[in-house]
Ligand binder design. Sequence first.
Ligand SMILES: Cc1ncc(COP(=O)(O)O)c(C=O)c1O
Length: 518
Amino acid sequence: MVPLVASRAVPMSRDDLPGVPDPELLDPRRPGARGAYERFADSIDREALDWLFDRAMQRPIQPEGYVESRTRFFGPSGAPSPAPHRGASAAEVLRIFRERVAPMTFNAQHPGAFSYFTPPPLAMSVGGEVLAQWLQQGVDVWHAGPVGAFVEEEVTRWLRDLVGLPDGWAVLTSGGVMANLMALTVARERHLGALLDRPPRGAALDGARVYASDQTHFSVARGLDVLGFPEGSLHVVPSDDRYRLQTEAVADAIAADRAAGLMPFAISAVAGSTNTGSVDDVVGLAALARREQVWMHVDAAYGGAARLSARDAARVPGLDLADSVTIDPHKWFFQAYDIGALVVRRREDLHTTFHRSPEYYASSTPEDAPLNWYEYSIEGTRRFRALKLWMSWQHLGTEGLGGLIEHNVDLAAYLASVVDAADDFDLACAPELSVVCFRHLPIRSDGWPVDRLNVYENALQRALEVDGTAWVSVTTLRGNTYLRAGIVNYLATRSEVDALVSALRRLSEGVLEDLYRG
Ligand SMILES: Cc1ncc(COP(=O)(O)O)c(C=O)c1O
């Protein structure tokens, strides 16, 4: 390979660094450092793979509950100890990792882990993350991470294409919460500001209204709080019997608010809700948004990934009709944490909202107009998040990623069909994507008050956690507690689903005994 520039002599190592264990790991110029770095990298890999092949495959989560876990991690004091004054060798640090950290993880790679949206990361994604951290590209101002800026530009182009906004713009975020906050910020600055014809700040925000369903992620309400909107600015519209926000209900809410002198300015729909994976009527809501001249945001943090599958893309229609779309590759693109994204229809919306010009970010060649990502984000220095997704996408292609999505959608349909067909289970609703909410109905539970069944479902979830066959979370839907299987796990098969259902039945009797005894 022809080097771009003539290589320079490696500078001498310095000998005035503080005396620490493994000094060669502080300075790659030291004699023998390359070997030391290689041994170190090998030992990290070995540690990770021992964890993956031994620990993570055994059970989804350790059996201890929170209080016991604290004691196990912190020791009898149950509280963090002070920072070490003296360093320890790398081998010793890894031993401490092995003893204190490795046994206490949530194991997303376990095939029975049906968790929140906590996927097993693809090996290529982990590899990309490791490389990104070595490269230490600061993706804020172009000079701090020149190639990081370009990789992000390329991978966000892929996300824009996926969403159907190829002429828009997108920026990577820490996750869906940050993307939703940034979307609301843009909507406030660009849209509400124009409607009000004065700066959207302070008292000017009184009476502004955003419409979202009772299934909307908490980050939308919190985002409005953070942005200074007064209480009540989020108009929560009830979802339908399948937990979807319907256009008519929002149209009625907007009409009532306008009649009351309020100012509707945005709709925030969800395409793949956290509770059930429900998909709002995005197409109808986008048409309403156009008619009413309000901003249209779609939180597709989880569901947006369905666009990867030609077969399942139509499950999340209408993203191309939005002004802004949240999409979170660390959910259903099986990416290592963290990586989220916000896609917008107009590049200048992000730029006008977030651009500032600190003197220390000036370029000596401003005529080049380098791409400074901090101008498009709330965040400043950001990790080189793009690399892992860029590498994973190259590795599997849209087709391969889409195949993993289809596998999860099929598995969710299978679980739903099994519980729906059984007398001793109750399915909350048919899954639209890959989340299944259901309850076990133990023998003689007919006529139980709601509270009692809720207590039972919680106890059953905990019993499953201790048992270790599989893991599901619990959630509340209209006052009822449900077990929630978030199937964002490409390692799971029907046999883990069958094992989950059998385990719940098997554990039921013991749970009932405990409850009656208690
Ligand atoms: C629909 C939806 N939006 C936003 C978020 C927030 O994403 P994150 O926790 O990655 O910031 C979640 C998380 O589960 C979600 O399900």
